[in-house]
Ligand binder design. Sequence first.
Ligand code: NAI
Length: 298
Amino acid sequence: MSELRFDGKVAVVTGSGHGLGRAHALLLAERGAAVVVNDLGGALDGSGASAGPAAEVVELITKNGGKAVANADNVATPEGAEAIVQAAVDTFGRLDVVVNNAGILRDKSLGKMSVEEFDSVLAVHVRGSFLVSRAAFPHMKEQAYGRIVNTSSPAGLFGNFGQANYSTAKMGLVGLTKTLGIEGARANIKANAIAPIAWTRMTEALLPAEFEAKFTVDAISPLVAFLAHESCETSGEVFSVGGGRVARVFVAEGPGWRTDDLTMESIRDNWDTIMTEQPYLQPTTLGQQASASMQAML
Ligand code: NAI
């Protein structure tokens, strides 16, 4: 079986000074990619900053014979995102892969969550992924090639107590991924998202102790690297990944129920039919969803 390589390719991995991003950067570099190791180097809640974590990962990659450059800019500001992409172009001459991985946590139950706690989490995850992708897009379009991997979460796809900010952000990344997939299609830019579960500083206080050995960061990166590879033709999809298991997560719509006389009472009386899942439709665009509603009128 031939090995999948990234020789000649350049990747940006945001938030790669620790945890999952670090593992993604190490794998991409081991497979031949030149990597921009971006990390603001702050605490789990996003406070503080340090150039140390990104520099340490670059040192490790270089020691192993790989190519990497450190960057400590903030993904959540337009200038920071531009500088991250510029670091790839200035240092390695191009940009093929963006892994939007940087993230923070500010968990609180809804009633206790401040506007600042809500906005700051959306700023890093959603605005950061938007800004870095936006900065990378012109370079990818110009070369008619690009791969973007966003980082969603089961907390966003399925909800989680105490994470109104984080789950909103992580589901937002599903929408961003789908639209990037659509907008990138003509230029051979593929965008996909992962919803991982792994033992890192972000989850060590939440996961049972036995997860540490089984849910490793190294059990996530192979999927990220595959989605970042030129041989991956898939776009606009979301994959759940953890402990060696990979599964497609998809948004589906039940067959539904339609009438010319929709009232509160007719909805009540047909609730079981409305809630039916099978046979489900799986629109991949807004247009496909709208045409399902049109079809129901015929
Ligand atoms: P981590 O805390 O080890 O890594 C996140 C990295 O992002 C840190 O190194 C941090 O310094 C960096 N970062 C934070 N804000 C930044 C900013 N504004 N600009 C640049 N870098 C910034 O946590 P982990 O677990 O490795 O998380 C990585 C990604 O995976 C996050 O997006 C997280 O939400 C997501 N995730 C992780 C899960 C897990 O089980 N560990 C589960 C679901 C999602």
